[in-house]
Write a protein that binds this ligand. Structure first.
Ligand code: ADP
Ligand code: G3P
Length: 511
């Protein structure tokens, strides 16, 4: 229910994430009025393959929207706009006549296109992709997943060429269904999501015809690329019938927006299943020479796009889940802090969680997880500590790369996401970065960012200054580690990273 101080109108944000979908209703001060959330199944058909059932996701989205509206005790008349944010890169093709997906969605973590990426790299060249799209050629991104589906689902290419098939990341799937589906649903994506496909030219924000042809992807599949904050259409049916759908941003860009990183040089890092650090680089795309991605931060209506540099880490919170579910060393994610705090240090152990290869700044699909430095002294508590340190060191590596690429020294890092409830991790992060780490009052920055963008699009908030005024610090950690210890430990970490590389070769590749 709404509390006594909260009066409408409101904005509803839908976050279609990797592990769950949630809907949050926000008031004008950016405060949370209600939340509803539902997990969906993670499907692992083979090593390295990760899929989602898109129908299940759409059902969950409808359920959580209804749940959040009911919990808030409001009706569609109180909701001025709906904002969408989503797990990025996760790829779906569906039949526009029936609304049926042609295959499960291929999730961003899925590595089945590694071999295809290698082949494209040989035939087309790595540099071409980097130059046009800002991205390295990697299985992480959507384009190769589209190509895999076209090559592997029988009869699909012919249907796609006939114009019967639509491609979308989860923003497109949710918006198409929300605005009517087979009854006139709009087929759009926003610039931030499109910038993760390896198919969009970063400079003119259009699908790149040359890349489409070298990847053999028919243009008829593709959604229209729109800004991140404008009205795409109205919800048709459901509890929010008639409410404008007014924003879409990939979840990490939404968090950048929700953290109000509107000025060049401002950065945030989100600690969930994976970790993603983004720095606003203003109206210019900064090329990375240090393994980062150049991506679109956001674009509000017709205004100039804002770009970002991104460091993506595939495995952080999911390593804690692995310790709990696969290793049984802890009973809950929160217990990792208790276990790790029971020792003074890592006991000489380092854990490089390269479970799906290494993402930024290395982009090494041949890497696999390693624990190094083991002696009989090492206990499970030391391993727990090494698990947390892995997240902090990976952030440090990305922060170093960002400084090299942008010339901007990190003065403080804004953080959010489920792992930031871990105080030991946040302190370790501040120690390894040698910079303050700050967490805002509203930790749900992803939904907040989508709500802010939707609210700007319909005039609910006048401008970004009004949004900045809502940002409030909840906690701050400052460095306590001496420089000599930090430098020594960093060297050991970098050595451990080297040990993880080159594990897969042609004889061990996971096909
Ligand atoms: N106290 C904690 N310490 C370390 N990791 C945690 C803690 N609480 C949650 N996590 C991790 O955070 C992740 C959930 O964060 P969340 O932001 O909800 O992720 P996502 O949006 O990617 O689903 C899980 O992977 C979980 O293992
Ligand atoms: O759903 P999350 O929070 O794990 O985020 C996934 C990222 O968008 C992948 O690029």
């Amino acid at each position: 229910m709404t509390d006594a101080h909260t009066t409408g109108p409101f904005i509803a944000a839908i976050d279609q994430g990797t592990t769950s979908s949630r809907c949050i209703v926000f008031d004008k001060d950016g405060r949370i009025v209600s939340v509803d959330q539902k997990e969906h199944e993670q499907i692992f058909p083979k090593p390295g393959w990760v899929e989602h059932d898109a129908k299940e996701i759409w059902e969950n989205v409808q359920e959580v929207v209804a749940g959040a509206v009911v919990k808030a005790g409001i009706t569609s008349a109180d909701v001025k706009a709906i904002g969408i944010t989503n797990q990025r890169e996760t790829t779906l093709l569906w039949d526009k006549n029936t609304g049926e997906p042609v295959h499960n969605a291929l999730v961003w973590q899925d590595t089945r296109t590694d071999a295809l990426c290698k082949e494209l790299g040989r035939n087309v060249g790595q540099d071409r992709f980097r130059r046009q799209t800002g991205l390295p050629l990697a299985s992480y991104f959507a384009g190769p997943k589209v190509r895999w589906l076209l090559d592997n689902v029988e009869g699909l290419r012919e249907r796609a060429e006939r114009g019967d098939i639509l491609f979308g990341t989860m923003d497109s799937w949710v918006i198409w269904n929300l605005t009517g589906g087979t009854e006139g649903g709009v087929h759009v994506t926003d610039v931030t999501n499109a910038s993760r496909t390896l198919l969009m030219n970063l400079h003119d924000m259009e699908w790149d015809r040359g890349i489409l042809s070298s990847m053999d992807i028919p243009a008829a599949l593709l959604p229209e690329i729109r800004s991140s904050a404008e009205v795409y259409g109205k919800a048709k049916g459901g509890v929010l019938d008639g409410v404008p759908v007014a924003s879409a941003l990939g979840d990490q860009q939404a968090a950048l927006f929700g953290q109000t990183c509107f000025a060049e040089g401002e950065a945030k890092s989100t600690y969930g299943t994976g970790t993603f650090m983004l720095m606003n680089t203003g109206h210019r795309p900064v090329n990375s020479y240090n393994g980062l991605l150049t991506t679109v931060g956001y674009r509000i209506g017709d205004s100039e796009p804002v770009y970002a540099l991104e460091g993506s880490i595939a495995v952080t919170g999911s390593l804690v889940q692995w310790m709990r579910d696969q290793m049984g060393l802890i009973n809950s994610a929160a217990e990792i802090e208790t276990l790790a705090s029971s020792v003074e240090d890592n006991g000489g152990a380092y854990f490089v969680p390269a479970f799906s290869g290494l993402f930024a700044p290395y982009w090494r699909p041949d890497a696999r997880g390693v624990i190094t430095g083991l002696t009989r002294y090492v206990t499970k508590a030391h391993i727990a500590r090494a698990v947390l340190e892995a997240t902090a060191w990976q952030t440090r590596e990305i922060s170093d790369a960002m400084t090299k690429d942008s010339g901007v020294e990190l003065t403080a890092l804004k953080v959010d996401g489920g792992m930031t409830s871990n105080n030991l991790l946040m302190q370790t992060l501040s120690d390894f970065l040698d910079a303050p780490v700050v967490r805002p009052m509203v930790a749900e920055t992803t939904c907040l960012g989508a709500a802010y963008a939707a609210g700007l699009a319909v005039g609910f908030w006048p401008d970004t200054d009004a949004l900045r005024a809502n940002w409030r610090r909840a906690a701050e950690w400052t460095p306590r580690m001496d420089a000599a210890t930090r430098d020594r430990e960093y060297k050991s970490w970098l050595k451990a990273v080297q040990r993880s590389m080159g594990w897969l070769d042609d004889t061990t590749a996971e096909e």
